[in-house]
Design a binder for this molecule. Structure first.
Ligand code: NAD
Length: 273
């Protein structure tokens, strides 16, 4: 049985992950963690997730280290917010716990710190801004299309629910980086995030990235390759959070035997090129 700790246990993703873990034969929830001094501390994690009692009490993140040690967790799954996740990853890796991280919105510095902690503590890690299987095929498709359509204007549009805190989405940024890398363009130079006012003519190098927020949209990503007289659009739409959770379950299974000290991608988890 893979022993799993979940941070953000009462969140939309965290509670869904707890529900799905309880349906697997080869893994179990051994710890459920919420924000420091959470008012939910002491509440049963199963009941909080809308299922039967699990016998695992939610604890506040101020007790993360002792909880990880006492629970014997082998994998920590984190879907929270970036600054909290950096600290959680630091503590979990220092306890020798493998990590599966879906939290988005890390700065370059925060991601560098995550990678350093994984390396220094020699644990397995999967960090991915989008764990949906179709999305990872979407990234692969972009990788193949970008060199073919290198002289087309490229624009990325993402849409998410009105509760999402970071923008553009981690998935949009990954799509942007995949394309920029394939085209040998400097991501710092070519990203244009929204446009307003007299912005001047579009350059052929720039890659536009635009964020739409509204209602209950789970996650849409469209990449437009626009040429003279035609355009090609590649679009992924997530209908339900369950698509991410299916990927999380695969990552939990993968990470205990993953190569230690490096951050694996969903490509590694899914065996994609
Ligand atoms: N990688 C993916 O496939 C994927 C898919 C969906 C969402 N996400 C990302 O996952 C994150 C969470 O999304 P959500 O919709 O579940 O958000 P949410 O706001 O519903 O849940 C986040 C939870 O984290 C808790 N939290 C905050 N700080 C904490 C800490 N220090 N320790 C423990 N818990 C803490 C909050 O109290 C909250 O319950 C976001 O960054 C989102 O972009 C990633």
């Amino acid at each position: 049985m893979i022993k799993v700790a979940v941070t953000g246990a009462a969140g939309r993703m965290g509670s869904g992950i707890i529900r799905r873990i309880t349906q697997q034969d080869d893994m179990e929830v051994v710890a459920a963690i919420e924000i420091p001094n959470s008012p939910l501390a002491g509440k049963d994690a199963g009941l909080q997730a809308g299922i039967d009692e699990l016998g695992i009490e939610i604890v506040g993140a101020e007790k993360l280290e002792e909880t990880l040690k006492a629970s014997g967790a082998e994998v920590l799954v984190d879907f929270t917010i970036a600054p909290a996740a950096v600290e959680t990853i630091r503590i979990a890796t220092s306890c020798g716990v493998n990590v599966v991280v879906g939290t988005t919105g890390f700065s370059d510095e925060q991601m560098a710190e995550n990678i350093k902690n994984v390396k220094e503590n020699n644990v397995g890690a999967v960090i991915s801004s989008n764990m949906a299987i179709g999305v990872n095929v979407f990234f692969n498709t972009l990788k193949k299309l970008a060199p073919l359509l290198y002289d087309y204007d490229i624009e990325i549009i993402e849409a998410h629910h009105n509760q999402k805190k970071d923008a553009p989405s981690g998935t949009a940024m990954t799509a942007f980086e995949v394309i920029a890398n394939e085209l040998d363009r400097d991501p710092e130079e070519v990203g244009v995030y929204g446009r307003k006012g007299l912005v001047g003519k579009r350059t052929s190098e720039e890659i536009g990235v635009h964020a739409v927020r509204g209602g209950d949209i789970v996650g849409d990503h469209t990449v437009m390759f626009v040429g003279e007289g035609e355009r090609l659009e590649v679009k992924h739409q997530a209908h339900t959070r369950e698509v991410f959770i299916a990927g999380v379950i695969r990552a939990i299974r993968y990470v205990p035997a993953a190569e230690k000290g490096i951050v694996s991608s969903m490509n590694d988890v899914l065996g994609l090129e």
